[in-house]
Design a protein. Sequence first.
Lengths: 160, 792
Amino acid sequence: MEHPIKLTVNGQAWEGSVLPDLTLLRFVRETLALTGTKEGCGIGECGACTVLLDGRPVNACMVLAVEADGCALRTIEGEAKAGKLSRLQQAFVAHHAVQCGFCTPGVIMSAQALLERAPAPSDEAIVEAVAGNLCRCTGYASILKAVRSCTPHGRTGGER
Amino acid sequence: MSRLHQYVGGEHLRQDAPDKVTGEAIYVGDMAFPGMLWGRFKSSPIASGRILRIDTARARALPGVRAVLTGEELDHQLGLYMADKRILARGVVRYQGDPVAAVAAESEAMASEACNLIEVEYEPLPAVLDVEQAIEPGAPLVHPDLGSYRYMKGVFHPQPGSNVAHHQKIRRGDLEKGFAEAHRVFETSFWNPAVPHVPLETHVVIARALSGDRVDLWTAAQSPFTVRHLMAAGFGIPHNNIRVRIPYVGGGFGGKAGINLEPLATMLSKATGGRPVKIVATREEEFNTLPSRQGLKSRIKAGVTREGKLTALEVRYLWDAGAHADYGVNIGRAAATAGAGPYFVPAVKVDSLVVYTNKVFGTAFRGFGHLEVLWGIERNLDMMAHALGIDPFEMRQRNFLTPGEPTITGEIFTANHGRPDLCLKTVADAIGWSERPREDHPPKRPAPIGGKRRGYGIASLHKSPAMPVYTSCSCILKFNEDASVNLLISGVDYGQGTYTALAGIAAQELSIPVEKVHVTWDCDTATQPYDWQTVASRFAVMGGNAVIAAARDCLDQLKAVAAQVLHAPVEDLVCENEEVYVRKDPGARLHYRQLVIGYSFPNGSSIGGPVIGRGRYIAQGLTHLDPETGQGRNALNWTYGAHGVVIEVDTETGDIDVLKIASCMDAGKVLHLAAARTQVEGGVIQGLGSALIEGFKFDESGRLLNPSFVDFKIPTAKDLPREASQHFIETPQLDGPHGARGIGEHPMIAIPSAIGNAIYDALGIQIHELPLNAERVFLALKHAQPNDAARP
Ligand code: FES
Ligand code: FES
């Protein structure tokens, strides 16, 4: 039995029905065909599938699509506006905070949520915000630098 | 020389970053084709057993199921160095996780359900789980048919009738004399568990088996041409019938070298009449079925003079290959050649045995066995230094190879090989080694429990690329109308940053802005030029040389046409800043744009044509190793390095807080500073994972106990050292591009050794096993207490 749901996806209205056991991750990747959001484990342990629901980062593999009913859903595809990268995305490019890139969309969504919630986060808050996102390539240092560069105290800092 | 367009050693932006930060990057898992089916496999729940019966009737009857396969239908024996692997188990299963049957169905859920409906009845057989037990006479054989397998002859030496897939011998000098001359002889052993690669993207492939024995593959693999070659060899079909495409890959670290799920997806597609079949490994399958790093037991006997000079070394390495040793044999070979460390040892005997056991199998993993052998060698060196009362830094300096001395395989070390001594000095200085607290460090007896204690540790490393003697690489540079170029090359950049470094080399060589060099990211064996494999930290070196050759070929073509237009001899022409001009008449010049697709004279007549440069490079001067002595030349180059760490150990919990890590590599020449630095940053953290937390655990029946992120942790952003520094020495490699050597794997190699050495400095206890997790450290300290009841 499909359930009707209504939400906004990266600012655009979406209406349709979904099976009750469809995860938000499959909804995003398959129903919406937004493949920027990745699956790294499917059991809520890696953060590769991080999307924002009403501004809150969630592991999309652990949420059902029906739970997104009435929410504002944001995925990595909505972060660049009119072909221009967001400030955080630019920072990831500038700080070489990307290697294989598989964790990157999830990490960016987690960090973006933090920056919107607390525009001047402490270093500890930054670490905390991305601690649920596994990255096997970068060793995190460049990621933390990129996020820090988007905070008021990091703005002047730049590369070591 | 013009300072324009100098990129080598620079920090120009990664070419792949915009695709990856926007989610625009397409990985195989993101691809779908009309009519695509989902493949899944069922794997063995036991480590060793005979398959008595497989009943697939209920799976076949399930609506939506299009094909069901078992090992009985598949007659292929596959492998790169040792063809010891079947697509699906046949007759027997050899490890828990061994695929026994597979399904293709209309949806992933249907495929999973069908797998559940397949019934397999096993007769359990004795499993051999320990390498020492496996080499005992009479041990159960993991591969009774070893003698009939195809393998790379002249390089590997399997021993049919045993569990030994390869025995690498290295013999040099007079061992008896060496030990007789020793002031002291030390004997000790070490152990490394198997560790999985954990790329964030699990293995994934889409296959189409087309009419006329043709195959189309899209796969998350490291090496397009080796995938093609192994498919061709395994299926007995022409290379050109197979087309392999590799889009973005979500990390490899060696685990995606060779072939993995490609043959299974191909056979499923074939069984469905050619519908595309996609297989995505679950995270559990990634741990349980797909390969990991091999385990290693090392036994080291070393003789040293009173001054700490090594006189003799006798080592036995027992590699725990698991159920297949296709790649493992080469790790046992290559790591053995580095198996004495970067030191001069007058007399050496190394026996490196790659041993089958009934566990998930091993393959290449960043460092290719070197982290494992150096865990023993570098720990043992410290132990000897302490016993002799010599500073571990000084002990290493006294033993490093110096120009004119042979390595253990008889290669003469020269001044151009690099500076292991300077690497060590650099990290020692960076962590304040000479000012470290000495009083009560290392403590004379095991530190008492209570409070935190600091420790300093250093370790050296070296590694050369392990590859066949004929390994080669090629590059095509094709100019576009606006004088931009496309760089076609087939090493795969799955995150290392090599493509960005190569773009810099091409731009500098051609004297054009780096933004005008576009590396073609998606690799396609039908259109890209040949490369062997993206492994072994060889790609920047071999690819770099191929790019330089291709760029020079382009310049020659540009000059040849320009010479006719400018009426000047080719030798008098200079290419600079996208222009060709006459050296003594700089007013006579042409923009590349006027030349790259052909030059038109004012009257319309045209000469030249599209400029396409080709470059190639082949490893030169390599030889097979003598089967009895291991003497020969197997190293294209050696990269030397070192790590230094400062840690703080909580004696009440065994927790280790890493305060400082300094890393130094002799890169020859840093081709791209940001790529090099971030490779080191990432490699060091991966090394910390191996050092502190990672390792497979099996129960006594051979079942893997930690096949998920719940039970198997890798470092997170919370686990970073307080301070990490990356240093590079540049001793040019004579045949490297701009003098460069590979540095991709090296950053993780000696991290466990340095931490183990620091633990001794902090606590006065020697731990011989990895990982150095809190439990192990605490129990070791507790058992070392004088009044501990649990003391063995
Ligand atoms: S895929 Fe959702 S947390 Fe890993
Ligand atoms: S960049 Fe590869 S996992 Fe983070």
